[in-house]
Write a protein that binds this ligand. Structure first.
Ligand SMILES: CC(C)(COP(=O)(O)OP(=O)(O)OC[C@H]1O[C@@H](n2cnc3c(N)ncnc32)[C@H](O)[C@@H]1OP(=O)(O)O)[C@@H](O)C(=O)NCCC(=O)NCCS
Length: 342
């Protein structure tokens, strides 16, 4: 059978922009492993509960002196070396994070300094666990419009810095890490076929960190009340995640005129094994299509799909020319899905 002619939704309305491809990916996770046995000694939980309710076995935790921009810079250098692109060639750096080194300057500017990307413009974006697809869509706008040649996008988090380590409802779920991708136009490649993004601010309270911003600047009282920690309504978040990820993935496939069976590898946000299984089942995907690495890293928010994409490529699960479907969901609420011809 001749290969199917891919429908690139970007070509609608005779759009004359360039396509945007991921030249390379890279990731970095801190060395320190925090396993479920250690969490059993920290809070009233068990390996059995964590494994059966989430699928997470261990996560990585950054050291006291290791910041989000450190993790981001390591992932960025890995991606740049693989693409054989020098830091000086980067036109734009976008860092997706909810755990910036500090409220300002942006973590992207700190990464720029660390990797020596002297020519680049740099900024952060905040779309929680959906950040990497938001960054991908933004990055490709600059390539497509011929504004920039080379864009570096990064999802990076030090979530351990905003976790309440005495709250068993949340502390077992999250980990630290970073993933990066170098974006450029690649002649004769479709690259990113489509990216759908969505949000629903009416459900902002389901997953948030209430303190530390302008609504509730840090005070002795806010610290005592633990408002600087991540808070989550797990059950409602779970339901919304399954619905939003399924809807976004379906919309992305519809735009490209693709059936789920034509996707080689599905990379879902790695928050909970049960969420991933429920989304895959509703999409009619087989287990073999779905890439899962959350047992090793837990939920690393904006870094999650980037690290998973890097591992999937390294494992040969995605090869040049294959179609991959990325699906994300996070606080905001936010969600998204992207179809990529790798
Ligand atoms: C957090 C989550 C794993 C909990 O699973 P769940 O199926 O909703 O929880 P269950 O109903 O099975 O269990 C809840 C009970 O377990 C308890 N529990 C919570 N965390 C626990 C833990 N680490 N160890 C043992 N028990 C725990 C709760 O206190 C509750 O007890 P209660 O019924 O006596 O009040 C699940 O809701 C979830 O993954 N939500 C989405 C999280 C997420 O993805 N967030 C990020 C989105 S980007």
């Amino acid at each position: 059978m001749p290969p199917k002619k891919l429908k690139n939704p970007r070509a609608r309305h005779n759009f004359v922009g360039r396509t945007c491809s991921i030249l390379s990916v890279g990731s970095y996770v801190p060395e320190r492993v925090l396993d479920n046995a250690e969490l059993e000694r920290l809070v009233d939980t068990s390996n059995e509960w964590i494994m059966s309710r989430t699928g997470i076995s261990e996560r990585r935790i950054a050291s006291k002196h290791e910041t989000t921009s450190d993790l981001a810079s390591r992932a960025a250098m890995c991606a740049l070396e693989r693409a054989k692109v020098t830091p000086e060639e980067i036109d734009l750096i976008v860092v997706a994070t909810i755990t910036p080194d500090m409220p300002f300057p942006s973590t992207a500017c700190l990464v720029q300094r660390k990797i020596g990307a002297t020519r680049a413009a740099a900024f952060d974006l905040e779309a929680a666990c959906s950040g990497f697809i938001y960054a991908l869509e933004i990055g490709q706008q600059f390539i497509m419009s011929r504004t920039y040649e080379t864009v570096l996008i990064i999802g990076a988090e030090k979530l351990s810095s905003i976790i309440n380590w005495s709250d068993r409802n949340t502390c077992v779920l999250f980990g630290d890490g970073a993933g990066a991708a170098v974006l450029r136009h690649r002649p004769h490649a479709h690259g990113l076929l489509t990216a759908c993004m969505g949000s629903d601010g009416t459900k902002a309270d389901l997953l948030c960190m209430p303190g530390g911003g302008s609504a509730c600047p840090p005070t002795h009282e806010s610290l005592a009340a633990g408002l600087h920690y991540l808070r989550m309504d797990g059950k409602e978040t779970f339901k919304n995640a399954v619905n939003a990820m399924f809807t976004a993935a379906n919309e992305a496939l519809r735009r490209c005129d693709l059936d789920i069976s034509e996707i080689k590898c599905i990379i879902p946000h790695q928050a909970n094994r049960r969420i991933i299984d429920a989304v895959a089942e509703r999409l009619g995907a087989s287990q073999e299509q779905v890439f899962v690495n959350l047992h090793k890293f837990g939920n690393t928010s904006a870094a999650s799909v980037a690290i998973a994409l890097d591992e999937a490529v390294a494992a040969g699960r995605i090869q040049r020319g294959d179609l991959a479907l990325l699906i994300v969901f996070g606080a905001g609420l936010t969600w998204g899905a992207a179809v990529i011809e790798w």
